[in-house]
Design a protein. Sequence first.
Length: 260
Amino acid sequence: MTTPLRGRTAVITGGATGIGLGITRRLLADGARVLVAALHPEELKRAYGELGDHRTGVDLAGHVADLSRPGAGEDLLRAAVDAFGGVDILVNNAGGGVIRPTLEHTEQTLRATIENNLWTVLRCTLAVLPHMAARGYGRIVSIGAESVRNGLVDHAVYNAAKGGVHALTTGLAREFATAGITVNVVAPSYVRTPELDAGLRAGTLPDRLLHVIDRAVELIPLHRPGSVEDVAAAVAYLAREDAGFVTGQVLSVNGGSSMG
């Protein structure tokens, strides 16, 4: 088995559930040491159980953090340095927005969607950039959204936040190119996470969300949703040392739903 990330340390926000857990599993398999940031200690406990082949405190560590709080990025960096001595790879996966028709948003849901998807990326990225620049090496990969390009129904506010992540990425990629740091986005389309599958099986998802899901699948020429593993594979590539000539890019993992 190849281990292209051996000797590297990755920090994965939202890395204990869903797409984030898939990314954690893939980067561990590729040889990285991983610090998982999660909002709740219960999420970390469940993740440790699912990642039982890996040694907590040796190649896997956890950090409970509310990334919407000022200073959370610096706390995350300190946790990674304490656990593994530094950070080579940052995966900005934490997010989650309120998906609803634009005119049904409230001030609270607007702020939550922007905070959870854009400000979390800003806080964590700005915290690790000086550290990476001083070491002359870094890989920053943020999870964006294909809906920014395809205009998926009810996603306008969410797209405003994720579009900000896409734009931040291209600006930082140019600014830090000579510091040995690449900055990229992986933009998934509709992905069937275990959590979403559970909701579909239980019949607990609202009709409006089911309509959005149906529309998302209709847009995909491959006629299937994406998998967690599809997204994790793209992140793993951009996290590698030999992806060093790829920066400022939005890599769509979309089954062909947007082309060009």
